[in-house]
Design a binder for this molecule. Structure first.
Ligand code: XMP
Length: 517
């Protein structure tokens, strides 16, 4: 693999993703990794991430400098660039000239292996206090800015390169090219990490792990559980049973999508649990968001346990125990729960709405090494319908946390209709790639006066919450074109009688969260 050393900035994961986009498998490792540990992993390359603004800061993350002597091609980025400069005998100083955001970088000389052939002036994304004043001996200066004499350097002989800016950020011109030049040209790594290879490798691992035992999987209708289930099915066929709980909080067409399209494309054996009445019964009179989440999580577990018992009995009769449970855990979940550097922004969302704690299952997690976009690529390769693979993230508690106020069957129908219109229009406008997700929220306790035909109406508003994001940890509201918004608004107010007003949420995250509850 290529090791991405995490100095504690939020950029390390992004770097790991960009490396994979370049067709190269990457793995995040903490900055405390030692030269011996690096050698053991036998990496093809190393990328040092950004971090705090100064290598001189108190408590600045340390690094085992002897790693630079291992002969492994290494690219330092931002803080990693400064760590590299200092370790190799260059000079890093705090000049008081900070650079944040878009900055012009000027290529020096021929730009070397990483910037060669690119425009002389590039707009790049910077975020640093200290600056490299002098490159280490034997290194060529490859770029500068108005205030930073050394904004990139490198040595082809030692295969060590560094840039002060963030090539992993889309705002940096030619950023991906800088990474690819490093990976392919400097480190000489073949771009052979792709969906097909991942599937072949995982199929083998899954078979080895489960043998002839029976396996169950909880499908939520979301991308992660859909793909992990399909992957396991690809590996072991009918040893797998998938369970789908219809809690009545699903979007329009969702159940049919799973029961028909998903089953048709995978051939997986599916059990659907009809639990709408139960869920809505328990949600009666409940308005507090946390309370709703708790009830939905708990009922999900009950429903799941019920089928589980039934399946276990059935399995016993056939003499094969159910030992394994499939989960769609992704790499960011693994990293956030301590698998990576231990940065403290942990989120405990469950892929499938929470599973029984006392379930004695061994987990099968074939997506543990993957990012969301890779999971989608694998889903496509496995032949899953675009409607499932390309769908927006949808929370486990479903529409239950998109109705502000009590959740009732009527309100769910109203929201479902409005949501279906918004989704269809955004898709028709070609905005699916730009929009991470667009919750539609029903303000069930708010009423406003409207007029339709000659009559007064007294209906409810729905909120459109279109957001753009890389990972849902932060998000910005998407600038959906006015004419698309106008079409959504017209259609919803015309076709959904209970709704007489459509409003737009223009809050970023933070301070807002993506969901309203
Ligand atoms: P927030 O609202 O915290 O949402 O900004 C971040 C992302 O997580 C999704 N989300 C959930 N997903 N179970 C889930 O599986 C949950 O309880 C849950 N709550 C929020 C949300 O849709 C967004 O993508």
């Amino acid at each position: 693999p290529v090791l991405v050393v995490d100095f504690g900035a939020q950029y390390a994961q992004l770097i790991a993703r960009r490396v994979r986009e370049a067709g190269v498998f990457s793995e995040l490792v903490p900055h405390t990794i030692t030269a011996a540990e690096v050698r053991e992993k036998n990496p093809l390359g190393i990328v040092l991430s950004g971090g705090p603004s100064s290598v001189y800061e108190e408590g600045a993350p340390q690094f085992d400098d002897s790693i630079f002597d291992l002969g492994v091609p290494t690219l330092g980025i931002c803080y990693g660039f400064q760590v590299m400069a200092r370790a190799l005998g260059g000079e890093v100083a705090n000049t008081g000239d900070r650079e944040y955001g878009a900055t012009d970088a000027l290529v020096v000389g021929d730009g070397g292996a990483i910037l060669g052939g690119q425009p002389e002036t590039q707009n790049v994304w910077m975020s640093h206090g200290d600056a490299v004043q002098r490159a280490p001996e034997g290194f060529d200066v490859l770029a500068r800015t108005a205030v930073t004499p050394v904004a990139a350097f490198g040595s082809l002989e030692r295969r060590l390169y560094g840039v002060q800016w963030h090539p992993e950020v889309r705002h940096s011109d030619h950023g991906q090219q800088v990474l690819e030049n490093f990976l392919h040209t400097v480190a000489g790594i073949d771009p052979d990490w792709n969906a097909g290879n991942v599937i072949a490798e995982q199929v083998e691992l899954i078979r080895k792990q489960v043998g002839s035992a029976r396996v169950i999987s909880a499908l939520s209708g979301g991308v992660d559980s859909a793909v992990s289930t399909a992957l396991v099915h690809e590996a072991i066929g009918d040893q797998l049973t998938a369970v789908f709980v219809d809690h009545g909080l699903l979007r329009q067409g969702e159940r049919e999508q799973v029961e028909q399209d998903y089953v048709a494309s995978t051939g997986v054996r599916l059990i659907t649990v009809d639990a709408e009445e139960t869920f809505l019964g328990h949600l009666e009179g409940v308005t507090d968001p946390e309370e709703k989440r708790k009830i939905i999580g708990r009922e999900f577990i009950r429903a799941f346990e019920q089928v589980q018992r039934q399946l276990v009995d059935e399995a016993k009769a056939e003499g094969e125990p159910i030992k394994f449970l499939v989960q769609g855990t992704l790499y960011p979940d693994v990293v956030e729960s301590g698998g990576g550097s231990g940065t403290a922004n942990i989120k405990s969302h469950h892929n499938v709405g929470g599973l029984p704690e006392d379930m004695k299952f061994e987990l099968v997690e074939p997506l543990r090494d993957l990012f969301k976009d890779e999971v989608r690529a694998i889903g496509r390769e496995l032949g899953l319908p675009e409607a499932i693979v390309g769908r927006q993230p949808f929370p486990g508690p479903g529409l239950g946390i998109r109705i502000v106020g009590e959740v009732t069957k009527n309100r769910l129908e109203t929201l479902r209709a409005a949501d279906a219109i918004a989704r269809a229009e955004l898709t028709a406008a070609g905005l699916d790639a730009e929009i991470w997700q667009c919750p539609v929220v029903l303000l069930a306790d708010v009423r406003s006066v409207g007029v339709q035909g000659d009559g007064r109406t007294y209906g409810h508003p729905v909120v459109l919450r279109p957001v753009s994001s890389e990972d849902a940890m932060t998000a910005d509201w998407t600038r959906v074109p006015y004419d698309v918004l106008a079409r959504i608004s017209n259609k919803i107010t015309n076709q959904v009688p209970e709704v007489n007003r459509v409003v737009l949420d223009v809050t970023s995250k933070p301070p807002g969260t993506i969901e309203w509850e």
